[in-house]
Design a protein around this ligand. Structure first.
Ligand SMILES: [Zn+2]
Length: 466
């Protein structure tokens, strides 16, 4: 998480010179502040917790308010306007159904929020999250108590809100200058006087963040309007109060890994007691086992337990997702080891090479290395990858996962201890080729596979029948 600049904007009101002179005195005291917080893709986690912008409130003046689109077309792939004030927030960086956003290839639009009555608005807080250009927020904010002569509660673009009863409150633009645009953003619009004003209506004119492609419309995750007179307890009850994220600091801060069991509170204790110590010990070990020139392993990793995910686990970049239903069944068995396997994928980082692919690494090599480290380095005592009578029929060098892991172990013992490191280093640069086997183990991978299988068959013969 990183602190970003604060921007200040003077409020503008009234039009006559005399009135302007009078308000200047007031303005010098009351300043509208736009506070921006940004967590980049490596650090953003469920809960929208920032140093300088409050986490979303569970209930606030926007919860029961009426939201309406005045201009623009909401994208039906999103969660609609409800996503902006339902007290629920996305758990991950790319969850369309938990966000509101306008259709692709359009330049945003206008939203009106009717709070139902005039209240003393203390803050307007807006939240967004996306890994790419749909992360940052660009909007103009107006407000009104609705009492002005000729007040137009739904001014379309082309109509100047200030000409129909609205007061300009803030210009928000959280786009970073140099850095990547992706990540989680929190914006707090507030006043140095403590109250922005007495308002019933808010108007947001939302712009896209870029027009290089069609996907520049921000994923807005929520809007909170804080009433100065609301009970502090209500405001302080954060929408994220049920967020369960354990942050692990490894090697004196060199690496950070979060364990997120927000969706699966029944796994929080297990993650803390059984998973955390292994993750802490083994991520640095894995990184050490897989060196290559000029390579720096990822330093920020998140492990998220997902209630609805099927299968076992998956890794994308530096995010590991774990299927809760499988883990619940395997807590005493293979659960921890499967996370070790995924941590190897994080350290492999073959994705970078894949993009500029000179050669792609076959899946069986990728999975074989991950399972080799898991079964032969992390938990050799479990013998989980042993070739026996039971699985000898499937013993092919390229059968992937634990079978390829057993093959790699055999090649390491017979020919070259560093074979998995060599394969990894090449794969990471997009330079994997079958030549490598010959270079380091003296034979083609097919020949090695034959030798290995013969030996395994002979061993299996000797096994006592049960
Ligand atoms: Zn895998």
């Amino acid at each position: 998480m990183r602190l970003m600049k604060m921007r200040f904007m003077k409020s503008r009101t009234l039009s006559t010179v005399a009135a302007a002179l009078l308000t200047l005195v007031a303005l010098s005291r009351a300043e509208t502040k736009v506070v921006v917080a940004h967590s980049d893709n490596d650090t953003a986690a469920a809960g929208f917790r920032f140093v300088n912008v409050p986490a979303p409130a569970k209930r606030d003046a926007a919860t029961e308010a009426q939201f309406a689109v005045v201009e623009g077309e909401p994208d039906p792939n999103g969660g609609g306007l409800a996503a902006l004030h339902d007290g629920r927030f996305p758990m991950e960086e790319d969850q369309p159904s938990e966000n509101f956003f306008f259709k692709p290839n359009t330049d945003g639009g206008r939203l009106v929020i009717d709070l139902g009555a005039v209240i003393e608005v203390q803050q307007v807080n807006t939240y967004s999250w996306h890994p790419g250009a749909r992360g940052p927020q660009v909007y103009k904010l107006w407000a009104s108590d609705g009492s002005g002569l000729g007040f137009n509660s739904r001014p379309k673009r082309g109509t100047d809100p200030e000409a129909c009863g609205w007061r300009s409150v803030a210009n928000v633009d959280t786009r970073p200058r140099q850095e990547e645009m992706g990540g989680q953003y929190g914006v707090s619009v507030l006043s140095s006087e403590g109250v922005l004003g007495k308002y019933r209506y808010l108007l947001l004119d939302i712009s896209r963040t870029e027009d290089k492609d069609g996907f520049g419309n921000t994923f807005y995750s929520g809007i909170c309007v804080i009433d100065r007179n609301a009970s502090p307890a209500e405001v302080l009850e954060m929408a994220s109060s049920n967020v369960a994220v354990e942050r692990l600091e490894l090697e004196g801060g060199k690496y950070h890994i979060t364990l997120n069991t927000t969706e699966t509170p029944d796994l929080t204790a297990w993650a803390h007691e059984s998973l955390a110590p292994v993750v802490k010990e083994w991520y640095p070990k894995i990184v050490e086992l897989l060196p290559s020139e000029g390579f720096e392993a990822p330093t920020n990793i998140s492990i998220v337990f997902s209630q609805n995910m099927r299968g076992v686990a998956a890794t994308g970049g530096t995010r590991i997702r774990c299927a809760a239903s499988w883990f619940r069944e395997n807590l005493k068995g293979e659960a921890v080891g499967s996370v070790v396997h995924e941590l190897v994928h994080v350290a492999q980082q073959y994705g970078r090479a894949r993009r500029s692919a000179s050669a792609t690494t076959p899946g069986w090599v990728v999975e074989g290395i991950a399972d080799y480290i898991r079964w032969f380095k992390y938990e050799p005592q479990s013998q989980g990858a042993r070739i026996t009578k039971r699985n000898i029929a499937r013993a092919r060098y390229d059968a992937s996962y634990r079978i390829t892991a057993a093959f790699l172990d055999w090649v390491a013992e017979k020919h070259d201890k560093s074979i998995f490191m060599q394969l990894n280093a090449a794969a990471r640069e997009g330079k994997y080729s079958e030549e490598l086997w010959k270079k380091f183990a003296g034979k083609t991978v097919q020949e090695l596979g034959e030798d290995w299988k013969k030996e395994m068959e002979a061993n299996a013969e000797k096994e006592p029948t049960q």
